[in-house]
Design a binder for this molecule. Structure first.
Ligand code: MOS
Length: 702
């Protein structure tokens, strides 16, 4: 037993220093096990069978021949699967009928799960699943999404999807300069390196799921509700996650794995293939957006109108809040935003990195660039001219707003001052060259979380929190936060995360994870430090202090809390082939306290790379006749590869947020925001042609 006092452990300053990931060695040596790799005795393997029609009913499932195939243990479908509570209300406040798999014979889209074949090996399950014959009664379907498509409406929930201030038409009529433009972004897909996987088993009367998710407590609560179980009897763990980006919540693979484990009373694993991910894990809806800007001759906005349309499925309403950014970025006497959705016979879209702001910033920040061109005002000066004092729609004060500092620092480092604003002037052989810029913002929320900090008898500390490290480095960041709060070196902290038994905590989402968890971790760690300061010995079981931020979060002042940023890009456009090459990108961000510069930079560069990819490559095409994707795999769905990605630099400015108890703002989303617009604006500067439809493919450039 050791005696610990704060005097003997007074080391601080871990937050803000670059640290490699605490689990880095385990990951690069293969010792870190992912959800699809963990061995179990008696493990059975499930393979999902997905519908081949876009709308209709299942007439019959010919299970009998498949049941005779080698190793096959069960074929679950709507005729025999365990029932779930389809009216359950999950953590997000409304039921998601997408999770009611095998509960009815209706097929609402191509790729709807219609059966799970379970066998002794994964190969046997796959062979049998591919041999399973399902007969359908097919109905006509509609998967056509386009600007002005019929049936669009503004949902009532969540409230506030439309905002109106001032007389828009009068503002536009009185403006010296007007931009009225339509922008589209295509259907974009989640391509996390690790496909979704879950193993479910019953162990000592409890349901245990080992998963790849963004929030083990979230998944546990949803499964408990869905299967009408006592929440205390469900345990979900998700130690290592190979990317998530909004797609790793509760999906058909966990639900069907639980069903099969219940029926067979043995562990069952369901892993999704890359192709299945295109149907089962959600995606970014295509958008059609119209932006109208009216300004005085000097660029001051009189009128701003952002209208956004996205698609959703017929079973669940999902809104891509593309017009949300306009409510934060720019003031105008008349300020209108509206979101509409149209329900089609497609899988339900979901969150994908910077949901709303990613497509919204392409439209808004392209339109600002068009306005700068028309008004003859430098794009950065135009943004400075339209800086709001308070939230343009909310009227609330900003906790901090350092977007202009980002532009200043970015302009200095990028060499913006020498830029000739006229397009199509610069050449490098057959390449036309141009530069562009765009603003970025993402909200910085926080949600209640709990944590526990334990002083161990050997002088180390264990911190437990149901956080998820989806590849961001959250585990390491929290170790730094705990080290500072305890006043000890980070290598004495053991982080235990991603286990629903650790209690409620925010998910890794909405750029809110690290901010929410850090608050709970530092609260518990500070409490423990105070207790240790009283002296005494540490018993064998250690000394544990728990925290819960529910009250503190509830008491936060109402403010606009956001990260901000400025994106810069230089492109070269081949006039013969239409190929666009990005030559360099620079992003400068204001995102509060940066906990770990090493992993933060990597997060931001990852987001910017995705923005480049969004600008030039990514696009899922749906065949109108079948309702299915053309080429749903990484051969048919292009994203930026190493050779497409040039020098990308990300850095930040000081962004103190003194009133805030955490000071962290979150950096998960903001790297992608504005990045595609900066590239598109650079393509205009190079060629003199506006590209309002993504991606900027060679055939569109020529
Ligand atoms: Mo993020 S799209 O909230 O996982």
């Amino acid at each position: 037993m050791t005696t610990l006092t704060t005097e003997s452990t007074a080391v601080t300053g871990a937050v803000g220093t670059a640290r490699t990931r605490v689990e880095g060695l385990a990951k690069v040596t293969g010792a870190a096990r992912y959800a699809g790799e963990i061995p179990y005795a008696e493990l059975a393997h499930g393979w999902l069978v997905l519908s081949t029609i876009a709308r209709g009913r299942i007439r019959s499932v010919d299970a009998a021949p498949v049941q005779e195939m080698p190793g096959v243990l069960a074929v679950l479908h709507h005729g025999n699967a365990p029932r779930v509570d389809a009216d359950y209300v999950g953590m997000l406040g409304k039921p998601d009928p997408t999770l009611a798999v095998f509960q009815h014979d209706r097929v609402p889209s191509v790729g709807w799960p219609v059966a799970l074949v379970v066998a002794e090996t994964s190969e046997q399950a796959r062979e049998a699943a591919e041999a399973l014959v399902v007969h359908y009664d097919e109905d006509p379907h509609d998967v056509a999404f386009f600007a002005g498509c019929p049936g669009a409406y503004t949902p009532e929930n969540p409230p506030g999807l439309a905002t109106e201030q001032g007389d828009l038409e009068a503002g536009l009529a009185a403006s010296a300069v007007v931009v009225d433009a339509e922008y589209t972004t295509p259907e974009e897909h989640h391509s996390s390196m690790e496909p979704h996987a879950a193993t479910a088993r019953w162990e000592g009367g409890r349901l245990e799921v080992v998963d790849s998710n963004q929030g083990s407590m979230w998944v546990a609560q949803e499964l408990a509700s869905l299967f009408s179980l006592d929440p205390a009897s469900v345990r979900v763990r998700s130690e290592h996650v190979g990317g998530a980006f909004g797609s790793k919540g509760v999906r058909a693979h966990q639900v069907s794995a639980v069903m099969a484990a219940t029926v067979l009373q043995r562990p069952v694993r369901v892993v999704l293939t890359r192709r299945q991910m295109f149907s089962l894990v959600g995606y970014r809806s295509p958008t059609a957006q119209r932006i109208r800007l009216g300004a005085d001759a000097d660029g001051r906005l009189r009128a701003l109108d952002h209208q956004a349309l996205n698609l959703t499925s017929t079973v669940h309403e999902f809104v891509e809040t593309s017009a949300a950014m306009a409510r934060v970025m720019y003031d105008a006497d008349a300020h209108h935003t509206v979101h509409r959705v149209v329900a089609l016979d497609v899988p339900t879209p979901t969150w994908m990195r910077a949901p709303g702001e990613a497509p919204g910033s392409f439209a808004l920040e392209s339109a600002l660039d068009e306005l700068a061109e028309k008004a003859g005002v430098d794009p950065i000066a135009l943004r400075a001219r339209n800086e709001p004092r308070v939230g343009p729609v909310s009227g609330l004060p900003f906790s901090s707003r350092n977007v202009l500092a980002c532009f200043q620092e970015g302009a200095r480092r990028f060499g913006w001052a020498d830029r000739d604003p006229r397009p199509r002037l610069r050449r490098d052989g057959r390449w036309l060259l141009g530069t562009g810029t765009a603003a970025a913002t993402y909200s910085s929320g926080v949600a209640p979380s709990t944590a526990a900090a334990t002083a161990e008898p050997d002088g180390t500390f264990t911190v437990r929190i149901t956080a998820a490290d989806v590849g961001t480095g959250a585990r390491t960041a929290l170790a730094l936060v705990a080290a500072d709060a305890l006043g000890v070196a980070p290598d004495r902290i053991r982080m235990k995360i991603a286990d629903s038994d650790f209690g409620p905590a925010m998910v890794a989402g909405g750029s809110m994870g690290t901010r929410s968890w850090a608050w709970a971790v530092s609260l518990a760690a500070r409490g423990l430090r105070e207790q240790l300061a009283l002296g005494g010995t540490i018993p064998p079981q250690g000394i544990t202090v728990r925290s819960d931020t529910t009250e503190a979060v509830g008491a936060l002042a109402q403010q606009e809390r956001h990260s901000f940023g400025a994106q810069f890009a230089e492109v070269a456009v081949d006039v013969a082939t239409g190929e666009v090459r990005v030559r360099r990108m620079l992003g400068i961000f204001a995102a509060g306290t940066i906990v770990n510069p090493l992993t933060a930079r990597s997060q931001l560069i990852g987001g910017m790379t995705w923005g480049l990819s969004m600008a030039l490559h990514e696009e899922a095409i749906r065949d109108q006749t079948s309702g299915a994707h053309v080429g749903p795999d990484l051969a048919g769905y292009h994203f930026a590869a190493n050779a497409d990605v040039p020098l990308i630099e990300a850095d930040w400015v000081d962004d103190p947020d003194d009133d805030d108890p955490v000071g962290i703002k979150g950096i998960g989303e903001i790297g992608i925001v504005g990045a595609a617009a900066a590239v598109a604006n650079a393509v205009w500067h190079a060629t003199g042609v506006r590209h309002r439809d993504l991606p900027i493919r060679p055939d569109r450039v020529i």
